[in-house]
Design a protein around this ligand. Sequence first.
Ligand code: NAP
Ligand code: SF4
Length: 685
Amino acid sequence: MNAMSLSRTAHPHLLQPLDLGFTTLRNRVMMGSMHTGLEDRFYNYGKLAAYFRERAKGGVGLIVTGGISPNRQGWLLPFGGTLNSIFDVRNHRKVTQAVHEEGGKILMQILHSGRYGYQPFVVSASAIKSPISMFKPKALTVSGIRSTVKAYVRCAKLAQQAGYDGVEIMGSEGYLLNQFLCIRSNKRTDAYGGSIENRMRLAVEIVSQVRAAVGPSFILMYRHSILDLVEGGNSWPEVVQVAQALETAGVTLFNTGIGWHEARTPTIVTSVPRAAFASVAGRLKQAVTVPVIASNRINMPDDAEALIASGSVDMVSMARPFLADSQWVNKVAAGRVDEINTCIGCNQACLDHTFANKRASCLVNPRAGYETELVYRNATRKKKVAVVGAGPAGLSAATVAAECGHDVTLFDSSDRVGGQFNMAMQVPGKEEFSQTLRYFARRLEVTGVRVQLGQRMTREQLLEQNFDEIVVATGIVPRTPRIPGVERTNVVTYLDVLQRKMVLGSRVAIIGAGGIGFDVGEFLLHDPAVALPVSIEDWCREWGVDLQAQSNGGLVPAEPAKPYRQLYLLQRKTARVGAGLGKTSGWVHRAVLQRNGVQMLSGVDYQKIDDAGLHITVNGEARLLAVDHVVLCAGQESLCELMPPAGATTAPGAPRFHTIGGAALAGELDAKRAIREGAVLAASL
Ligand code: NAP
Ligand code: SF4
């Protein structure tokens, strides 16, 4: 893109090239590292290459692979992706070749997990177990440190042979190099422990020896932990001292990392304000002379453009947003920002999968990681398709079917599209969910889907219109549990609260502690007088984050707001309340409710509801919860009355019926499954 056309875009700074001296990046947008799971098996490198090819074709300036270990001790999981032998180079070449063919540049991330490894060979600075792995590490001996440095050097040289444009050395999120840097995990008394000069020795040796081995024209990016967010993390002067030493040792540019994985402060979930930590990266830029990259919760171009335009940082890194939309940069350059499929920070299909040792994908883009398997091809015969229900499943089915060339009509009895997502986006901290509806609304226009809202279709009406395929995506109805008194006026459903905005009393009991029970809890705890989304300052106060990092690790005492209501969150199961929530986000929801004094009870038997409140027994003991209202969040039942009865015979030429999403299975109602099912079905029509 030339200077003239750049000045015509709304995001000129973002699209400006970045000259690194020996090479130039085509713009200021980096796809940060995201472990997909494909890196871990040699036979998946074809799929990995297709995944990166699509992103490079989408215009991104620089790509970083998922973490690749320099040796066995550095594995995150048993047999995790490793580059320590010439035999691995051929696989990696598939990736670099694909990216280069599309005009992109790619770095390989070298990640040594240290004590975060979920395998028996783990090592660290000291023999101190992390709270998130069951394996206690061995403290590296000095000769072990030397071989670790050699392993990094060998790995970087092999990456160079494989055609990578450089490497990113992972020094943040609490992995090995971060473990050496901080007194939290480094209690050594030798030349690698004690003073900050000693604690940074390993990182500096790795950078200087890698630089010496790869020469001056190879990108050497270091991901530096600029806010550890754990007790015993580094102070700001230490962060700066380490960065300056690493720059001298040969770093080309700094990526930034926020928070260790064991931190109890959220850093990337959807409730973290957008670009919350970018100011800290801006402070690092003041202290070094090489370019600095801001990361974490940057997902849309306006925020990214503002950061670059202000000169605060040189580039932005986004990892998950490129799972959500491989064409992010091309859309920005073409002024089609309203067509971006925005990452909503849910973690449900990416990080939750990674931590469950499953292939990462994306809730809003089920093709991510499945580029060769879920393909939206032009249909060989254009069919007339009806999709009934404009929730996530129906939206996905309708837009993919239209993209494949079918003639699609989408029906919904409501006067707007979105189904359950319209409720999710009412929840404080889930404002991003509205972006998915904006995306789908625009996608319906772009793909030419006919939309008929405010009309409840019957099977007969559908049959009259000669559709070839009828997709039933009518969703669910909330379940009403059989509890004496459930019909009283002080008993409401989550729809009354989130959709109809019914005003409730100051004491409320929530029946059902699934995702929706937690959502309703967070909604009811919010003081309606306080504007949403919360500002970065208020969020930092609430979680005890000091962006100035005056204190070690950037932690200060939290100052949570006074609870707005007295809440009880109840379930019949005896398991811990919230145990079924997402692995990487559930703890945040539990922490919010705990901080607000919500009483979470499991093993509950519901007896009756009357004027006095909700009568329950907990582990056999009778209790009265004196509440003004009871909210039912007791799961859902499928709404699939449009489906022909099971076993019904189909006349020749009659349409084929399909059911997807909550209409197919309410028990596991979830947007990830709904969107994927819609896309998979539509691609197969
Ligand atoms: P859910 O997760 O299945 O939870 C339903 C809750 O209702 C459970 O706590 C269940 O606990 C209770 N329940 C079920 N039958 C009951 C009965 N007959 N009487 C009383 N209580 C009963 O469903 P959901 O909360 O409606 O969420 C639906 C889906 O949306 C979930 O699959 C989730 O993935 C997704 N979602 C996720 C999030 C999130 O992760 N933040 C947020 C919103 C929605 P007991 O059976 O133990 O009583
Ligand atoms: Fe973003 Fe959620 Fe997709 Fe992960 S699954 S990339 S957090 S939208």
